[in-house]
Design a protein around this ligand. Structure first.
Ligand SMILES: [Zn+2]
Length: 247
């Protein structure tokens, strides 16, 4: 139904289009994923200025017509994240985070936990909130926080792996493996078809889900790799989504 509405959104991707326009992939607070066009936004004195770039968090007025894309009527900045833009590792982490949102959350329904998580991650990467990860040198842009973001995003999207008991038989002890097909940790007798999951990697995932993003746990490279594989395989089997490597 045609009409104009306001929402807050994060720019996930911004693509040059035609002579002077941009097509935006947005993740919004109130309508989930939105595809939008900003006409004339690449003209030198565009009213949009430089704020239609990835990682900007914006207040938007959008007009919905008959086409697939809504039209951006106005945009004002909630957070530009200048700190994030001046750090290579933070930029890479933000790009991967936005790419995960693009691949995993394509619905036009609002998902407040996912939106708030994305905003929190960008703010952390910008340095607005200091990360207090307990690993040496593993701050907001580090692999521990990236993994926690991915796991929390999977939870928000409804695809969190089972971590408390065997995903096949329900056994609570001897959880030594992980199976993407089963969607969680598995016990020794159900491990066939899965892969070995160390106690450290298991604990890492439980703590990453349990703690705020700003105090995401860090771990050895081996545990991080196993946990990343566990999340990736869960999403491949159950969400039919393949994420880019986390680091
Ligand atoms: Zn089992």
């Amino acid at each position: 139904m045609p009409g104009t509405y306001k929402t807050e959104a994060v720019v996930l991707r911004s693509i040059r289009y035609g002579e002077a326009d941009r097509v935006l992939h947005l993740y919004s607070a109130t309508r989930g994923r939105i595809g939008a066009i900003a006409k004339g936004s690449r003209r030198p004195r565009s009213r949009f200025g430089g704020r239609l770039e990835p990682f900007f968090r914006l207040h938007l007025v959008l007009h919905e017509g008959r086409g697939e894309l809504v039209t951006v009527t106005s945009a004002s900045t909630v957070a530009a994240h200048p700190g994030l833009r001046s750090s290579g590792p933070a930029l890479m982490a933000a790009a991967r985070g936005c790419d995960s949102v693009l691949r995993l959350l394509d619905s036009e329904e609002a998902n407040p936990p996912a939106y708030n998580l994305l905003c929190r991650y960008l703010a952390l990467l910008d340095g607005e909130e200091s990360a207090s990860g307990d690993g040496a040198g593993d701050g907001a842009a580090g692999p521990g926080t990236a993994l926690a973001f991915r796991l929390k995003l999977a939870l928000a999207a409804g695809f969190s792996p089972e971590l408390s008991s065997c995903a096949r038989c329900g056994e609570a002890d001897g959880l030594t493996g992980f199976s993407g097909a089963a969607g969680g940790v598995v016990c020794g007798s159900c491990e066939r078809g899965g892969f070995e999951l160390s106690p450290e990697a298991h604990r890492l995932m439980v703590e990453a889900l349990g703690r705020p993003l700003a105090s995401a746990p860090s771990a050895s490279d081996r545990a991080l790799r196993q946990a990343e594989r566990a999340i990736s395989e869960t999403l491949e089997y159950h969400a039919h989504v393949r994420l880019r490597a986390a680091a």
